[in-house]
Design a protein around this ligand. Structure first.
Ligand SMILES: *Cc1c(COP(=O)(O)O)cnc(C)c1O
Length: 429
């Protein structure tokens, strides 16, 4: 038994499923999770002292590699001044100014402690602003674990959603409408059938959470037009894409201006941070400027702000990071595609910048329906074959890769080689 296996057995007796977030349990790929001891640059080390090339990077935040010195130093410097005050600080002002300067649509911003908090607050504010109750989301997009988002699609675009988790009430489900991603006509139909009832439309402008799925040309533009026309608050959930696809996120990369934006992951530099922001007239609804209540004892925590500020300053001052992230993404996609062609495998690669998924299906993946056509058991075999070769991937087919700039060309070649061997191993069983 490895130390990770022992720890997992121990964990299961005192933590539900042995983990503090479900996907970590490796259920989607089989086997047991690795318990991680440390990480540095492009590598992560488990309790059994094995080294892996990191392609998860804490699901995004470690975009500059693990234990990046400027971030580490900022945290060390902050620690000597106590860990929390529950009172305003200079750093929060700097953080807000920096976000406003980087993210095109954001005029005012509120800090919270996770992406989940950010999305929950954003829809509450949108509801307060419009005086309407319903929201539209897309099948396969993930917005954290708030009740309103844990809603499965109904049997057709016209029907109401149903709770996707026990504990979410039917009443909540009635207020969440779902459409297939990239389907403007379905959104139009929902709006027509719910005249003047829709407060917000929320989406991942590039999806990472069903694997990487890109918006088709005209999709984001079409949503922007529909939302403007029907006075619906357009929310870009940039918890994953923010500060990754460009310094100003997907909205900058695609040139589309949402009304509200939710942020997380990279914004905390690895600390628990989220944020939501946008148009000043909408954000002025937030308490105490306005009547919509939202609060947090640890919101704007000084240690977290120090890490986040160091991260965002670095990204803002080093645009070459984005050139390199794109280059890494392109190299991986090109290398993987070459292997697929060589092996005669018909799989689909979706990639934009450093977001990337190799879908084990011959279908073009544009939404949740097509993503679901993947050979999941085969992905499980592939995942473990990669692990054996020292490459640490997200333990699910339905995730995007999260590369960091710490990945050197030599390591990229190693990953491409490991991928080719693992594809063969997964096909053989
Ligand atoms: C990760 C993620 C969230 C949830 O953020 P947490 O910090 O895990 O609560 C929300 N939206 C998107 C798009 C995400 O990728």
């Amino acid at each position: 038994m490895t130390i990770s296996e022992q720890l997992f057995e121990q964990a299961k007796t005192v933590i539900p499923g042995g983990v503090n977030s479900p996907v970590r349990a490796f259920r989607a790929v089989g086997g047991h999770p690795l318990f991680i001891k440390s990480a540095k640059g492009p590598y992560i080390y488990d309790e059994d002292d094995r080294q892996y090339i990191e392609l998860i990077n804490s699901w995004g935040p470690m975009v500059l590699g693990h234990a990046f010195e400027p971030v580490e130093k900022a945290v060390r410097d902050a620690i000597g001044h106590s860990f929390s005050f529950g009172a305003p600080t200079r750093k929060e002002v700097e953080m807000a100014e920096l976000i406003v300067s980087m993210v095109p649509s954001v005029e005012k911003v509120r800090m919270v402690n996770s992406g989940t908090e950010a999305t929950m607050a954003a829809i509450r504010v949108a509801r307060g602003f419009t005086g309407r109750d319903k929201i539209i989301k897309f099948e396969g997009c993930y917005h954290g674990h708030g009740d309103s988002f844990l809603i499965a699609a109904g049997s057709g675009a016209m029907t109401m959603g149903t709770p996707d988790s026990p504990g979410v009430t039917k009443a909540t489900a009635l207020d969440t409408l779902t459409a297939p991603y990239n389907d403007l006509a379905a959104v139009e139909a929902l709006i027509e059938n719910n005249t003047n009832q829709i407060a917000a439309l929320i989406l991942e402008p590039v999806v990472g959470n069903m694997g990487c799925v890109l918006p088709e040309p005209g999709f984001l533009e079409g949503l922007r037009e529909l939302c403007t026309k029907h006075e619906i608050v357009l929310i870009f959930d940039e918890v994953m894409t923010g500060f990754r696809l460009a310094p100003g996120g997907a909205q900058q990369r695609f040139g589309i201006t949402p009304d509200l934006t939710t942020m997380g992951k990279i914004i905390g530099g690895g600390m628990p941070v989220g944020a939501y922001g946008g148009r000043a007239d909408i954000m002025n609804m937030v308490s105490p400027a306005g009547p919509v209540y939202q609060a947090g004892t640890l919101s704007g925590n000084p240690i977290a702000m120090s890490a986040g500020l160091a991260m965002l300053h670095y990204l803002n001052d080093h645009p070459e990071v984005y050139t390199r992230l794109d280059e890494i993404g392109n190299k991986l996609a090109t290398g993987f595609q070459a292997s697929l062609t060589k092996l005669g495998l018909p799989y689909t690669i979706n990639q934009i910048g450093s977001m990337f998924t190799q879908f084990m299906t011959d279908k073009t993946v544009t939404d949740f329906e097509t993503a679901k056509t993947c050979d999941v058991p085969r992905f499980g075999r592939y995942f473990h074959a990669m692990l054996k070769r020292g490459v640490y991937l997200a333990p699910s087919q339905f995730e995007s890769l999260f590369v960091s700039v710490a990945l050197t060309d030599e390591l990229i070649e190693q990953v491409i080689q490991a991928n080719e061997e693992s594809l063969i191993e997964a096909a053989e069983m």
